[in-house]
Ligand binder design. Structure first.
Ligand code: 5GP
Ligand code: ZN
Length: 114
């Protein structure tokens, strides 16, 4: 989608600090990190929220989770990490291209689930 910031990052029209890419997803550093290590795993296929996820997207998300697991040591997440999907307005979703926040690189607080 032409007006989607994450599609523009995937297309290379907006620069990003990319740490991984394959045919299904890109992983790059969040521009406004909420933890010492904060990455976004973004499926290449544009869909705004979980509600719009197709059967293919569903399978791909599973593969992307496995990719994150395989990269965790390399990304400095060996001590553990938190995955977050902000779904919709009440969760504070601001970019309507589904993405998985990967938070870690430190002991994470338990009272702030974002
Ligand atoms: P949401 O609130 O939609 O779950 O999260 C969107 C995230 O995307 C935010 O953490 C925000 O900092 C990040 N973000 C928004 N625009 C950009 C950008 O242009 N580049 C990068 N690297 N991150 C972005
Ligand atoms: Zn998009």
């Amino acid at each position: 989608m032409s007006n989607c910031v994450f599609c523009s990052i995937i297309d290379g029209k907006i620069p990003s600090d990319k740490v991984y890419e394959d045919e299904l997803c890109v992983i790059f550093r969040d521009i406004d990190p909420k933890a010492k290590a904060h990455y976004l795993a973004v499926p290449k296929n544009h869909f705004p929220t979980l509600d719009a996820m197709s059967a293919d997207d569903e399978k791909n998300i599973g593969k992307i989770l496995k990719t994150i697991s395989g990269l965790s040591e390399k990304l400095g997440l060996g001590g553990g990490y938190r995955l977050v999907i902000n779904q919709g307005a009440d969760a504070g979703q601001t970019v309507f291209h589904l993405h998985i926040h990967i938070l870690g690189g430190q002991a994470l607080p338990f009272d702030d689930m974002r």
